[in-house]
Ligand binder design. Structure first.
Ligand code: MG
Length: 217
């Protein structure tokens, strides 16, 4: 873990020197990380140069899905059983990425709300996804992840008419463990709410960050 934290500091330093932010997407399996990234690349790919590092326990399926939408680099990390990405894998992935030619990096972590909370990847911020097909109390059940995340994306809101899910209750649960967490409500499937997410992504990209005084570390 100490070695991981040292490597994570190295990642953060490299990102900082290039002025490129990196967002670590974490969630339980099936919350919609990959689809959110596909839509984001499809809709912002002409404006922003975005690289993606995507981890899965097995298969390159997500990397293949994401790569359809971008000319920029998609790095697949197959963890071979490990339940999270670690900073050494991100370090290796960055070796293959020309940071100076990028505006932003997304890291799609392994779908798991427990272990990825403990592993610093050197990211600028964690973005935790959860969906309306899960329980509103997920933040209370997995508090560490929601404490570590600066942003939360509540996804699959197109299903709200069909499932007994109270958005305000979910937000209250998240704020109970992290009072400053910022919410996005999206459907990566229908596109609802993605305009707000895209404005956020634009605001975080390299040029916007430089204009605002550099990457927060
Ligand atoms: Mg995925």
């Amino acid at each position: 873990m100490e070695r991981n934290d040292a490597l994570a500091r190295g990642v953060r330093e490299r990102l900082g020197l290039s002025g490129v932010p990196a967002f670590n997407l974490v969630s339980s399996p099936g919350s919609g990380k990959t689809l959110l990234l596909e839509r984001t690349l499809r809709d912002l790919g002409d404006e922003l140069r975005i690289a993606v590092i995507t981890g899965d326990v097995q298969t390159q399926n997500d990397a293949d899905r994401i790569a359809r939408w971008t000319q920029d680099l998609v790095q697949a990390v197959v963890t071979g059983g490990a339940c999270h990405l670690d900073a050494s894998q991100v370090t290796d992935a960055l070796d293959a990425i020309d940071l100076d030619a990028l505006d932003l990096v997304f890291i799609e972590n392994v779908g798991n709300l427990v272990c990825p909370a403990s592993w610093d990847l050197g990211e600028t911020a964690k973005v935790v996804l959860f969906s309306v097909t899960e329980g509103e109390d997920k933040p209370l059940k997995y508090p560490k992840m929601f404490q570590k995340a600066r942003y939360a994306v509540l996804n699959k809101i197109d299903l709200l008419p069909y499932v007994p899910f109270e958005v305000e209750k979910a937000k209250a649960c998240a704020r109970e463990v992290n009072p400053t967490i910022e919410f996005f409500l999206t459907s990566a499937l229908t596109g609802e709410g993605l305009d707000v997410w895209y404005d956020f992504v634009r605001s975080q990209a390299k040029d916007s960050i430089l204009a605002a005084g550099g990457v927060e570390t």
